[in-house]
Ligand binder design. Structure first.
Ligand code: ADP
Length: 327
């Protein structure tokens, strides 16, 4: 403590609802602790190109309720190069910034870790991604909002499915992780949930849908994570089922980027607010190369190295719950 006078904060990688609440929290906690806070715009691109602005408590008025990120975000190839990171370091030095809070996903944390090790700049990561796939935290910022968006969307699709006796395949986000599909699928009462962690196989899917039909269901929702491993995309899965169950009218709905947007849920706002305060407090305590996480409602720190290596597993018990409840 005592060495840190200026904190830099940036958002990087994919945007997630609640990032603004985290930025607000980092800025205001800095001011509260009489530390200057600098916003770095467009993630590492802004660090390399010196798009850096001092923020005060009033700079973050009225953003807790906003999706996206006022700091903007970007994917920045140059930061992967030593020459890019050198420019970033020079900009940090010229602004007198002592340490960084990086709000993003595992890619952003990899960059942060490399940078911190090269230039001895303390960094703390705050996990902001809708995918909830980062090791070291039960929840990432944006995940809860995305779940609610997906459930709300599927509820609406269900109205059409019921009215027309249709079978809907709904693709949700989650490249390598089925957290959104599994949880939102159960929340929306989906018939089947296809996730990357479990290869259900098309034949089992077909058998299950036929059984449901026999048991009296005349419409159904199948939730498919975008990274599902049946080896087919959602359109191919849908046409396979349609060919084998011609009595059903099959439709596909890809929810896409709407899942990333919108006002953050109360859960994400509170999570982001808590994580921001904790990140600043721990930077002031001299912590470095760690990520803020939450387990059993307690904030914790874990090495960034761990966060970038693995991803949290889906709760396999939920698969069983879904199977039981979709009879
Ligand atoms: P996310 O943080 O959401 O996982 P990305 O994987 O796109 O998003 O990473 C965000 C940014 O982090 C990249 O555009 C790049 O600037 C930086 N980054 C990712 N991996 C590395 C790396 N190996 N070395 C340096 N920077 C990296």
């Amino acid at each position: 403590m005592g060495d840190i006078k200026k904190i830099g904060v940036l958002t990087s990688g994919g945007d997630a609802p609640g990032m603004n609440a985290a930025v607000r929290s980092v800025v205001r906690s800095s001011v509260y602790n009489e530390i200057e806070c600098f916003g770095i715009y467009k993630g590492y691109h802004g660090l390399i190109n010196g798009i850096i602005k001092k923020l005060d408590a009033r700079s973050v008025n009225n953003i807790i309720n906003k999706g996206g990120t006022i700091l903007k975000t970007a994917r920045c190839k140059d930061f992967r190069e030593k020459s890019g990171r050198e420019k970033a370091y020079n900009n940090i030095k010229s602004h007198g910034i002592d340490c960084l809070v990086v709000i993003g996903g595992d890619g952003s944390f990899t960059g942060a870790m490399i940078f911190s090790n090269e230039y001895d700049i303390p960094v703390i990561g705050i996990p902001g991604t809708i995918d909830n796939d980062i090791l070291g935290t039960k929840y990432t910022i944006g995940y809860d909002t995305a779940l609610n968006t997906v459930v709300e969307s599927i509820d609406k699709i269900r109205d059409t499915a019921i009215s027309h006796n249709r079978l809907f395949f709904v693709e949700v986000m989650g490249r390598d992780a089925g957290h959104i599909a599994l949880n939102a699928g159960i929340g929306a009462g989906a018939e089947e949930i296809l996730i990357p962690e479990e290869n259900m196989g098309l034949d089992r899917l077909l058998e299950s849908l036929k059984n449901s039909q026999k048991s009296g269901k005349s419409s159904s929702i199948v939730v498919v994570a975008e990274g599902d491993k049946t080896g087919k995309n959602v359109f191919e899965i849908a046409s396979y089922v349609e060919n084998n169950m011609p009595e059903y009218e099959v439709r596909v709905s890809v929810l896409g980027h709407m899942q990333r947007g919108g006002a953050p849920s109360c859960f994400d706002r509170v999570l982001a607010s808590r994580m921001g305060v904790y990140a600043v407090e721990n930077l002031l305590k001299g912590k470095n190369n760690v990520m803020v996480g939450i387990e059993n409602d307690k904030l914790i720190l874990s090495p960034l190295e761990q966060a970038v290596k693995g991803q949290t597993e889906v709760n396999k018990n939920l698969i069983r719950v879904s199977e039981i409840l979709s009879i």
